[in-house]
Design a protein around this ligand. Structure first.
Ligand SMILES: O=C(CO)[C@H](O)[C@H](O)COP(=O)(O)O
Ligand SMILES: [Co+2]
Length: 220
């Protein structure tokens, strides 16, 4: 399974969106965190930023929707230009219907699990999703420490996906850095979101290269 690096623009200089996206042109995806101040206690941005990112960069956009009522809003993110829309298990009402709608529009459908949410309810419907996002911080803010306690869930998910012969990506998001990416790769994640570790680095482009190398070295 390919290793994918998806820098989060959460802590980038959003006033210079085009330049900030340019710094990560060597990455695979640009992770855009949408927060509504209801699902999480923080407010970021919505559809216009997806449209702008699409306009100013050719990197595929990975929309992480930390919002209430994703059933209503997620398709609009694909319509706005995101290649992938990830909605939270804790917020969605009809995950199968929503995933099918996203896929029907040509997008990738992602299911996000907050740290305390288990995968048991989704095991039989894993094939409905292109990606499962295992949050390694409580959603809402960048710069929080990585929760190693989520790794057994990643390991179990990797086993289930492989046993079923699926191509579903496992994404980890939150506190991923040069110090923590190895554990996530060893547990079986293949898609790594890194916000602070990229945008607070002196050289964001180099940080992406370094993270990719570490993830490759530790994945199996
Ligand atoms: O979804 C998120 C927070 O809810 C962010 O994607 C995540 O926190 C990235 O930032 P950092 O790498 O600094 O943790
Ligand atoms: Co995110």
């Amino acid at each position: 399974m390919s290793i994918l690096i998806s820098p989060s623009i959460l802590n980038s200089d959003i006033g210079n969106l085009a330049g900030e996206l340019d710094k990560i042109s060597g990455a695979d995806w640009a992770h855009v965190d949408v927060m509504d101040n209801h699902f999480v206690p923080n407010l970021t941005w919505g559809l216009p930023v997806i449209e702008a990112a699409k306009k100013y960069s050719s990197i595929p956009i990975d929309a992480h929707l930390m919002i209430e009522d994703p059933d209503r809003w997620a398709p609009a993110y694909i319509e706005a230009g995101a290649a992938s829309a990830t909605f939270h298990a804790e917020a969605v009402k009809a995950p199968i219907r929503l995933a099918r709608e996203i896929r029907g529009m040509g997008g990738r459908a992602g299911l996000a699990l907050s740290p305390a949410t288990q995968i048991d309810n989704y095991i039989d419907i894993l094939d409905e999703f292109d990606m499962v996002l295992c949050m390694t911080v409580e959603p809402g803010f960048g710069g929080q420490p990585f929760l190693s306690s989520v790794m057994p869930k990643v390991e179990r998910l990797r086993e289930l996906i492989d046993k079923k012969g699926l191509e579903t990506w496992i994404q980890v998001d939150g506190g991923v850095s040069a110090d923590t990416i190895a554990q996530a790769a060893e547990a079986g994640a293949n898609n790594f979101v890194a916000g602070s570790a990229v945008y607070k680095a002196e050289d964001a482009t180099q940080a992406v290269t370094d993270l990719r190398e570490l993830a490759r070295k530790h994945s199996h």
